[in-house]
Design a protein around this ligand. Structure first.
Ligand code: E4P
Length: 217
């Protein structure tokens, strides 16, 4: 499973990228706001840092305007994936931009039928939002499973990009189901390394090592 990092903060991306943990980046208008940066400038910097797909989201609501914004965004770098919302206009923009050879990430997906439409419109990535479904008492992981089944049934090439990931369990479950990609905030990616038994085991080793009076260096 590929790891995308869900942030527009350069330092956060750099730290994870240096560890080889970043296969791509996702941004959205809220993350751009949080970064305090200009969308074109910060996206260019991200693309210089990361060679994998970098999702940059359109903000228009009409297809023709989304297409114009998408064409501007792809001028930033060849690894831009244009993010469009899962609306009828977004699907139209997806089809046009995909046919022009650009990567398209269809975002704000909350149902299997929406994912089916995105695949038929030629999406490179579909982004089902797990956490936001969980927030509304649905099971976001069920949606990932349903989309996996449907895409496999018909051999759709659209990659399932599990988004709105809030917990470390979301990551493991998505990997078990077979999501192609997951995007998570840096805090969740870092939390994947943590385990209470690792911490307590290390504390024991350190205590015993101190008693030996030895040193390695
Ligand atoms: C990624 O592409 C999405 O924009 C992101 O995962 C949304 O996450 P949130 O629901 O935590 O805002």
């Amino acid at each position: 499973m590929k790891f995308f990092v869900d942030t527009a903060v350069i330092e956060e991306i750099r730290e994870l990228n240096d560890l080889g943990m970043v296969d791509g980046v996702t941004t959205n208008p809220s993350l751009i706001l949080k970064s305090g940066r200009n969308i074109l400038e910060v996206t260019r910097e991200i693309c210089e840092l990361v060679s994998g797909p970098v999702s940059a989201e359109v903000v228009a609501s009409k297809a023709e305007d989304m297409i114009a914004e998408g064409r501007k965004l792809v001028e930033i770098a060849p690894n831009i994936a244009v993010k469009v919302p899962l609306t009828w206009d977004g699907l139209k923009a997806c089809k046009v931009l995909s046919d022009e050879g650009y990567m398209v990430n269809v975002t704000l997906c909350f149902s299997a039928n929406q994912a089916l439409l995105a695949a038929k419109a030629g999406a490179t990535f579909i982004s089902p939002f797990i956490g936001r479904l969980d927030d509304q008492s649905f099971d976001g992981l069920d949606l990932i499973e349903d989309i996996r089944t449907i895409y496999d049934n018909y051999d759709f090439k659209t990659q399932i990009l599990a988004a709105s990931i809030r917990t470390v369990n979301h990551v493991a479950e998505c990997a078990k189901i077979g999501a192609d990609v997951m995007t998570a905030p840096p805090s969740v990616i870092k939390a994947l390394a943590k385990h209470m038994l690792t911490d307590s085991g290390l504390a024991q080793f350190n205590a015993d090592w101190a008693k030996t009076g030895q040193s390695i260096l």
